[in-house]
Design a protein around this ligand. Structure first.
Ligand code: AMP
Length: 399
């Protein structure tokens, strides 16, 4: 029997999400989540496709214990890490620096390089590393493939990747713009070209990945030429709890005037800002509901969010010169008709327009929401990062 299955692991700071996919379909065989790792109330939810959802509440001390519990659930369905159908484990790795521009089979040297990148991704890379090491210990013969969030953005030209700061200092500390959500931007830009029935190599697309984290990218001919996240996922759009772009002097100001430490300001900008900081909610559903009731702070949060989005659509229209499509994706992008409508409103001079009727139709497949006459197609394209990670990992090990 050919090995066509890939287990995708997304190890976050206190959670592990996983999916088992059969690339012969592709079909999803199982998915699940371990959350609150190392905290009270840890639990695992396992959902085999076509089978009964199972939930366990038990102490789960660390990522190693989490993966062992996942392995037990998969093995109970005959789909454990030692099953011969499994071709690889695909790991989401957040930071691949400048070096990793493609999925990579993990060996000691690759692990060491991911480790060297911990200072630029202190929240994410350590969890990703633990995930890889544990999966490897469960089946040392199975290829472990790292798929990097930054990889799609390594094609950015130097003038887009550089901050205008002293070159020696920047290079000594790897300070440059890397970008994130790359797997999603790659997948969605490709699917958008397919939706338009165009060759990706001849299509220019702005992708707006609007989830709890949010980022925009400018994609020319299938290659990223600019993206809104930078050294870390803090730069760019307004997000659920992250500020996105601020004047860096805000940091000095808060340090000098408010006596806040660097760690305090880090927490402020990453965890207590964005939509949450503006109005106390980070869920766009709730914000839209409050705004409809006339709530002023929710309205302000919505307006700040949309204003920033519009600025990036304008900026990336200028970067690309010619735009064929704008694609909305992720939790907010796929589901919030009011955000899409407000973001596109007033951009007719840039060639954008919405069919308000189409915009409100819900669905889980890629679709156009612009009228036929519009010069720039506007699309809703559901992202599928797990499928993209599995596809990239599988293409590497099945050669
Ligand atoms: P993601 O990070 O892609 O899972 O997106 C999560 C975010 O999507 C949540 O925080 C919500 O703000 C948002 N979201 C999910 N469903 C909806 C919806 N129906 N309308 C507006 N926002 C939504």
């Amino acid at each position: 029997m050919p090995a066509t299955r890939v287990l995708v692991l997304n190890s976050g700071s206190s959670s592990v999400k996983y999916q088992l996919l059969d690339m012969a379909g592709p079909t999803r065989l199982a998915m699940g989540l371990v959350e609150r790792i190392g905290e009270a109330g840890a639990r695992l939810v396992h959902s085999p496709t076509g089978g009964e959802r199972r939930e366990r509440q038990q102490p789960i001390a660390d990522h190693e214990a989490a993966l062992r519990a996942v392995e037990e659930e998969l093995a109970a369905d005959g789909m454990g890490l030692d099953s011969p159908e499994l071709a690889a484990v695909g790991h989401r790795v957040v930071h691949g620096g400048q070096r990793f521009s493609a999925p990579t089979v993990v060996d000691e040297e690759v692990l060491a390089e991911i480790e060297r990148l911990v200072p630029v991704a202190p929240l994410h890379n350590p969890a990703n590393l633990t995930g890889i090491r544990t999966a490897r210990s469960l089946n040392p013969d199975l290829p472990q493939v790292a798929v990097f969030d930054t990889a799609f953005h390594t094609t950015m030209p130097e003038h887009a990747a550089r901050y205008a700061i002293d070159v020696e200092t920047a290079d000594a500390h790897r300070v440059r713009r890397y970008g994130f959500h790359g797997t999603s931007h790659a997948y969605v830009s490709r699917r958008t070209a397919e939706l338009l029935d165009r060759d990706p190599a001849d299509t220019n697309i702005i992708v707006l990945h609007l989830g709890n984290g949010a980022s925009a990218s400018a994609v020319r001919g299938g290659r990223c030429v600019d993206t809104s996240m930078g050294l870390t996922p803090l730069e760019g759009l307004v997000m659920g709890t992250r500020s996105g772009d601020v004047d860096p002097a805000v940091v000095f100001h808060l340090s000098r005037v408010a006596g806040m430490s660097v760690d305090d300001i880090d927490t402020l900008l990453n965890k207590r800002s964005g939509l949450l900081g503006l109005c106390g909610d980070n869920d766009m559903r709730e914000i839209v509901r409050r705004r409809e009731e006339g709530d002023e702070r929710a309205t302000l949060a919505f307006d700040v969010y949309v204003h920033r989005l519009k600025k990036y659509i304008g900026a990336y229209s200028a970067v690309l010169g010619r735009v064929d499509a704008v694609a909305f994706t992720a939790g907010v992008g796929e589901n919030s008709a009011p955000v899409r409508q407000a973001a596109v409103e007033g951009l007719e001079e840039l060639g954008l327009a919405l069919d308000t009727q189409l915009n409100t139709v819900r669905g889980d497949t890629p679709r156009l929401i612009s009228p036929e006459y519009a010069r720039v197609a506007v699309a809703v394209v559901p992202t599928d990062e797990e499928l993209e990670i599995a596809a990239q990992a599988y293409s590497l090990v099945s050669r």
